[in-house]
Structures are given as structure tokens and as C-alpha cells.
Design a protein around this ligand. Structure first.
Ligand code: UDX
Ligand code: ADP
Length: 452
């Protein structure tokens, strides 16, 4: 059996690597139009950082895993083709700012329609709006060889930073397909692939439309939990309650559960906002105004939380940041990733730059060019990107933590304090530090949802 992925990004790359790892008899090809990206996959500097990924790629490359820009051969030779191209929010025309931009998916499927000379299973891996399969089917009908195509939906639930772990030990695998004889056969083919390593009871099969909508729904629910706890964080700050204690109390209710209740400066990443906007757009297109407004509020709350945090910094620094140096620790949207898409750090930094602050940014995973592109449009001499936290802290008035976890929480804050200007502030946008201890070093310290 031969499998390929069209798209070698954060989704297509790691997913194919784990399939190749778990199914040694299957030939897996990862393809992309971007030559640079493919070259990077074939080098020691992979384009995607994920713990455990590089070692696995090294082991499998040249065995049953390869990376190539020869998409045409991959299409012709593969039995199963995964569509793992990007589906960003549309920036133009009808549905701009909300709908998914399907141009990459459409162009990949047009290529399959033009080239396929044998029957294929096409797997929607990218997150797509419900009913996309209908559009893809219409495109595939133009195939000159009248090949038979079955479309399956197999959404990815892996999170960045834990992708390898999520892929190797998934909570569930979702496979949606048509409930016809050939549809069921195609579903079984994909079930057999995953059954190499996933217990059968964790593989859920369902109809195509449910599967397409399940992915958006799962992300909307996760984002909603974060916006809900963040809405409570503001109330905690006024009332003296502690948001972490609230999370613990409600998370201990087994009906609610403890995960995704960590209050923060806001959620980021390529999925949550995009999928929420897509869901809102779908609701609107079906005339469901109230449902659209309901989900819109989850997005609005998240935007509000980012601005609220930036305003706190301004207010505590005596309402003027002009010319003041501020150290920013963390720019990625979460720990263990180099990805900055929709990172709350972008909004917070922009708000601080609007106040004419001077930002010294430290995030060892994110290249300077990416940070500068994300903050384009603001004076470049108001930003420095450093590889040493001491350099960021030296001469600054405040440290602002915007990404959770390592390498930021284990820094020597007692020492950093000695390098900074007085009065000295620390704003923890991820509630990872013990603020009482930080205060004992001399900082004025503030967290999210913590008593002010
Ligand atoms: C998400 C989904 O988890 C995954 O299933 C889906 O397939 C893709 O989208 P990802 O975007 O990689 O994954 O990251 P995730 O771990 O979900 O975190 C998203 C954002 O929420 C991050 O900015 C994170 O810092 C924030 N977050 C998460 C919180 O603020 N609080 C929490 O309790 C959890
Ligand atoms: P995701 O996080 O969804 O994986 P990425 O942007 O990281 O998104 O990856 C998507 C990849 O798909 C990119 O590397 C892009 O070059 C590739 N791609 C987009 N359109 C096509 C296409 N028609 N054929 C092949 N690859 C494509």
C-alpha cells in the first residue's frame, strides 16, 4: 500500500511520520509545492519543531518515508491521498475574515482530478467546513479516466508541542465516510491503517458530515472553556478570588474536568480562532444568527483578554511606556513550539509598541525574522530580539511573560531583578510563577485573575 500527503506542514508532516513509523510495510510520501520546505524535511533542520520528531524522521527517511516536491508521481502511485494543505481564514471577497479559504485544497484536488489513473481514497486531514466533500466530489468528477474516488474525513486532533505523543497515543481517531458499500470499504481501509497502533475501540467511524463538523466543534468547545475561565479571571481580580483556585474547584467536578481551564493572556495558535470564525460563518450562512453570536462572543472575549493584559501593564507603569524598555519573555503561542500564528504575544506587543515602549524580546525557539514579520508596521528600532534573558532584563522596568512553561519559568528571577530599573515589575500572562516568591525578590508582580 502507498500513502501520500499533499502538504508538508505542521499537520501533514508529523501525521505521515507517525503512520510511517507504525506501519513499516506502507510506503509514505510527504509532498509539498514549497521546495524549501521539502529541502528542510530532508535536512537536519526540520521546518517543524516538535519534541521527538527529528529523531523519528532521521530513523525512517530513506526507509518507508520520503519527502518530495514530485506531487504528480505521488498522486499517480498512491492508493490513499491525505489532503494536509493550509486552510487559513479567507482575507478577501465573500466571507472575508471568517470563512475558510479553500483555494489550496481546491488546487490540490484539481491536480488529483487531472492526474489520477486509478481509483483512490482521498482523506480530508485539513480542517474544513461541513459539506466540503461535496465540492471536492464535483471537482473529482472531471477526471478523464473515470476513476472512482472515495472521500473520507479524518480530522487531526493533535496539538502542537505534543504532536508526536498525541499521534502515537490518540484519545480517539475519527473517520467519516459515505454510508454506501464503497464508502464503508474505504472507511475500513483507513481503519486498518490506524489499527496498527490504535486500539479498535478508540477508532470512531461515522458519517462524513458529522466528522467534518466534529473537528470544528471540538476546537470551539476547547476555546470556549478558555474564554469562560478568562471571563472569570477579570472578576477574580476585582473580588480577591484567585483564578487558579477557581479552576481547581470547578475542574474537580468530574462532569467538568480539569483540562483547558488554565486562565491566560488568551489562546492563540492556528486553529482555535480560525475554526471559531469558520463555525460562525457556517452558522450565519444557514441563517442561525443567535448561534453565530454565541460563538462570536468566545472570540471577542479572547481579544478582550489580550488588550486587558496590555492595559494592565500600561496602568501599573504609571500610564506611560514611552521610551521605557520592557522585556518580553516568550513569543510563541504556547510552549514547545516555534509557531507564532495568532500568538497573544503579537497583540500584547503591538499594544505596548503603540504606547512607544521599547521591547526586548526573548524566545529561543522563534527566529528573529518571524518576530519582526509578526510586528511589521511598527518602528523596527523599537524592537530588539535577543538570545539571552539577561540582555532583555538589563535596564528594563518590567518583565512580561507571554508563553507558558520552559524555558521561561526556570529563569533566575532573583538575579534578573538586580539588572533592572526601579520600581521593577513582572507581569505573568501564563500564571506559571509563584508570585509571592517573585515579590520577595523585590518585584511588583501581577498575574491573570490574581488579587491586585
Ligand atoms: C488545538 C487543539 O488542542 C487540537 O486538538 C487541534 O487539532 C488544533 O488546535 P493547538 O492549537 O496546537 O491545538 O494548541 P492547544 O494546546 O489547544 O492550545 C491553544 C491555545 O490555548 C494556546 O495558546 C494555549 O496557550 C492556550 N491555552 C490552552 C490556555 O490559555 N489555557 C488552557 O487551559 C489551555
Ligand atoms: P498546517 O498547520 O495546516 O499543517 P502549514 O501552513 O504548516 O499548515 O502547511 C500546509 C502546507 O501545505 C504548506 O507547506 C504549503 O506549502 C502546502 N501546500 C499548500 N497548497 C498546496 C498544494 N496545492 N500542493 C502541495 N502543497 C501545498
Amino acid at each position: 500500500m502507498k500513502i501520500c500527503s499533499i502538504g508538508a506542514g505542521y499537520v501533514g508532516g508529523p501525521t505521515m511520520v507517525v503512520i510511517a513509523e507504525q506501519c513499516p510495510e506502507i510506503q509514505v510520501r510527504v509532498t509539498d509545492i514549497n521546495q524549501q520546505r521539502i529541502d528542510a524535511w530532508n535536512s537536519d533542520q526540520l521546518p517543524v519543531y516538535e519534541p521527538g520528531l527529528a529523531e523519528t524522521v532521521k530513523k525512517l527517511r530513506g526507509r518507508n518515508l520520503s519527502f518530495t516536491t514530485d506531487i504528480d508521481t505521488a498522486i499517480q502511485e498512491s492508493d490513499v491521498i491525505f489532503l494536509s494543505v493550509n486552510t487559513p481564514t479567507k482575507q478577501y471577497g465573500e466571507g472575508a475574515g471568517k470563512a475558510s479559504d479553500l483555494k489550496y485544497i481546491v488546487s490540490a484536488v484539481e491536480r488529483i482530478a487531472a492526474l489520477a489513473t486509478s481509483d483512490k481514497i482521498i482523506v480530508e486531514k485539513s480542517t474544513l467546513p461541513v459539506c466540503t466533500a461535496n465540492k471536492l466530489r464535483a471537482i473529482l468528477a472531471s477526471n478523464p479516466h473515470q476513476c472512482h474516488f472515495e472521500i473520507l474525513s479524518n480530522p487531526e486532533f493533535m496539538a502542537e508541542g505534543t504532536a508526536m505523543q498525541d499521534l502515537r497515543h490518540p484519545d480517539r481517531i475519527l473517520i467519516g465516510g459515505e454510508q454506501t458499500e464503497s464508502g464503508k470499504q474505504a472507511i475500513q481501509t483507513l481503519v486498518d491503517v490506524y489499527a496498527h497502533w490504535v486500539p479498535r475501540e478508540k477508532i470512531i467511524t461515522q458519517n462524513l458530515w458529522s466528522s467534518e463538523l466534529s473537528k470544528l466543534s471540538a476546537n470551539a468547545f476547547l476555546a470556549q472553556r478558555i474564554s469562560s475561565i478568562n471571563a472569570l479571571s477579570a472578576l477574580c481580580e476585582c473580588s480577591g478570588a484567585d483564578v487558579d483556585e477557581i479552576s481547581r474547584a470547578i475542574g474537580a467536578d468530574s462532569r467538568i474536568g480539569a483540562k483547558f481551564l488554565k486562565s491566560s493572556v488568551g489562546f492563540g495558535g492556528s486553529c482555535f480562532k480560525k475554526d471559531l470564525l469558520n463555525l460562525i460563518y457556517l452558522c450565519e450562512s444557514f441563517g442561525l444568527k443567535e448561534s453565530a453570536l454565541y460563538w462570536q462572543q468566545v472570540v471577542d472575549m479572547n481579544e478582550h483578554q489580550k488588550h486587558r493584559f496590555a492595559r494592565l501593564i500600561l496602568e501599573k507603569l504609571f500610564n506611560t511606556l514611552s521610551g521605557k524598555k520592557i522585556a518580553i519573555f516568550g513569543f510563541a503561542f504556547k510552549q514547545d513550539t516555534n509557531d507564532t500564528r495568532e500568538s497573544p504575544a503579537i497583540t500584547v506587543c503591538q499594544d505596548l509598541l503603540k504606547e512607544q515602549a521599547f521591547l526586548s524580546i526573548y524566545d529561543p525557539r522563534v527566529p528573529e525574522t518571524v518576530i519582526r514579520t509578526d510586528l511589521a508596521g511598527y518602528p523596527s528600532d523599537a524592537i530588539e530580539v535577543v538570545s539571552d534573558p539577561e540582555q532583555a532584563a538589563r535596564g528594563s522596568y518590567a518583565i512580561v511573560i507571554l508563553t507558558e512553561g520552559e524555558p521561561f519559568i526556570s529563569l533566575n528571577y532573583k538575579h534578573l531583578y538586580t539588572l533592572m530599573k526601579r520600581p521593577t515589575f513582572l507581569f505573568d500572562g501564563r500564571n506559571g510563577l509563584d508570585l509571592d516568591q517573585i515579590r520577595s525578590f523585590g518585584f511588583n508582580a501581577y498575574g491573570i485573575g490574581k488579587k491586585r
